[in-house]
Design a protein around this ligand. Structure first.
Ligand code: GRF
Length: 210
């Protein structure tokens, strides 16, 4: 059984969906730990409710990003994770972390990358006038939201959309996208090789969109 660690900083709805997919067998993996960079977030209640082990690595306790990342590496190495999923983890990870886990590390971002890197993506999408918006799952590199793209989910933008209802539509798509992608990753059907995303033969001819 593949071993997933999920990283959160907030609400934890992607964590909840992935946990349910692992429990139901849709995703053939076990979430062996949830790492949070802060205390008192709703996502930790989700982890508790799903009976998932929690590790809080409070960023405020470390003088530098390197020390913070090394502390997470120290927790992770004995756990021997197969996949690390950033699901609303509000930190940019650097070389200390990436040098250990680059090929196992995926992020979900609420936009169709490379559009709208960074924060506040739904507001920016509305202001820009794009007619399609969505979410992306990608491998992580040193650049903010910049690593190789694995798959995307697109949703229409309606003329009367508000930030909130667009965000809600994208979030639903995120949940489908993340569980779908991870179910392939844990089967070895998606992996990173020489910084290029590789797909199993059985996926060739599909759009990798949800
Ligand atoms: C999601 O929109 C995700 O794409 C972004 O942060 C949000 C986390 O939501 N990176 P949740 O904590 O999974 O509910």
């Amino acid at each position: 059984m593949q071993r997933i660690v999920v990283f959160i900083s907030g609400r934890g709805s992607n964590l909840a969906c992935l946990a349910d997919a692992c429990t139901s067998g849709l995703c053939a993996a076990k979430i062996i730990a949830v790492i949070s960079d802060r205390h008192n977030i709703p996502g930790l209640d989700v982890a508790l409710q799903k009976k998932l082990p929690i590790i809080v690595v409070d960023r405020k306790m470390y003088k530098t990003n390197e020390l913070f990342e090394q502390a997470m590496v120290n927790y992770l190495e004995p756990l021997q994770p197969d996949w690390l999923v950033l699901a609303g983890f509000m930190r940019v990870l650097g070389t200390t972390f990436l040098s250990k886990f680059r090929e196992k590390l995926v992020n979900i971002h609420p936009s169709l990358l490379p559009s709208f890197i960074g924060l506040d993506t739904h507001r920016r999408a509305l202001l820009s006038g794009v007619r399609w918006h969505g979410a992306t799952v990608h491998f992580v590199n040193e650049n903010l939201d910049g690593g190789p793209i694995i798959a995307q989910a697109a949703v229409p933008v309606y003329l009367n959309d508000t930030v909130d209802n667009l965000a809600a539509r994208v979030l639903k798509a995120e949940h489908r996208l993340l569980t779908g992608v991870m179910s392939f990753c844990v089967q070895g059907k998606i992996y990173l090789e020489n910084n290029i995303v590789k797909y199993d033969q059985s996926l060739i001819g599909t759009a990798m969109s949800w």
